[in-house]
Design a protein around this ligand. Structure first.
Ligand code: 13P
Length: 250
């Protein structure tokens, strides 16, 4: 019922030539997955990537968006309308690197979520705890706080057109993935939290796991009942590896 989704977050990697090679390899192997597959290049490469994937099954996502919805004096920013204009369908909102390195607060993330939907794009809301928070038993509290901040501003109905990605910060880029059981426990918590406001919306909401997903661990993580796909960093830069992860998802 929930179509799996795998998104590749390239982060600040790539070049025009490397992107073309990667996307061509993904297209060549097309049909390897029943899942929706999204690539999220750096903003400067979105337009060219959109042209490379035109007419193919791949979809385009942005890694970030400005919270402001009207054009104006926001030097260096890119609006959701601009992302839609160049062909994006999804936007990562509140990635832990944006929260930790660029000071994005829960309130700002909520505004970005709303701005994304205002441009008819689908936000992939990223939530997750740090290692210190997990060790203090705060995982559920942190994830609840991050979700509730968006629910308070956007409302439950907004989650009909959204995806949530659970990315434990301690698992990102560390090679230490959450165990399938750890991932499932938090995913079930997220779905329950949404269900407490609307069970139908919760049942349809896609929940992605992110954090050191690779071909070797993807299948057992994706097999969990509340895991509907993945948000993949490092492994999305290698076509073969990413394709194997996509194949494991659907
Ligand atoms: P890694 O897959 O490199 O751990 O990154 C996860 C991530 O942050 C995806 O957004």
């Amino acid at each position: 019922m929930r179509r799996p989704l795998v998104a590749g977050n390239w982060k600040m990697h790539g070049s025009r030539a490397e992107n073309a090679r990667l996307v061509e390899a993904l297209i060549e192997a097309g049909g390897a997955s029943a899942s929706e597959v999204v690539v999220c290049p750096p903003a400067v490469y979105l337009w060219e990537t959109a042209r490379l994937i035109k007419g193919e099954e791949l979809l385009l996502g942005a890694q970030n968006v400005c919270a402001e919805t009207h054009p104006g004096a926001f030097t260096g920013e890119v609006s959701a309308d601009m992302l839609a204009d160049v062909g994006a369908s999804y936007v990562l909102v509140g990635h832990s690197e944006r929260r930790a390195l660029y000071g994005e607060t829960d309130a700002l993330v909520a505004r970005k979520f709303v701005a994304t939907q205002a441009a008819s794009l689908t936000p992939i809301l990223c939530v997750g705890e740090t290692l210190a928070e997990r060790e203090q038993g705060l995982t559920d509290a942190v994830v609840a706080r991050q979700l509730d901040a968006v629910l308070a501003v956007a409302g439950i109905r907004a989650f009909r057109r959204a995806v949530v990605a659970y990315e434990p910060v301690w698992a990102i880029g560390t090679g230490k993935n959450a165990s399938p059981e750890q991932a499932e426990a938090v995913h079930a918590f997220i779905r329950d939290r949404i269900a407490s406001q609307d069970a139908t919306i919760a049942a349809a909401l896609r929940l992605l796991y992110g954090g050191s997903v690779k071909a070797a661990n993807a299948a057992e993580i994706f097999a969990q009942p509340n895991v509907d796909g993945g948000l993949v960093g490092g492994a999305s830069l290698k076509a073969d590896e990413f394709l194997r992860i996509c194949a494991a998802s659907g």
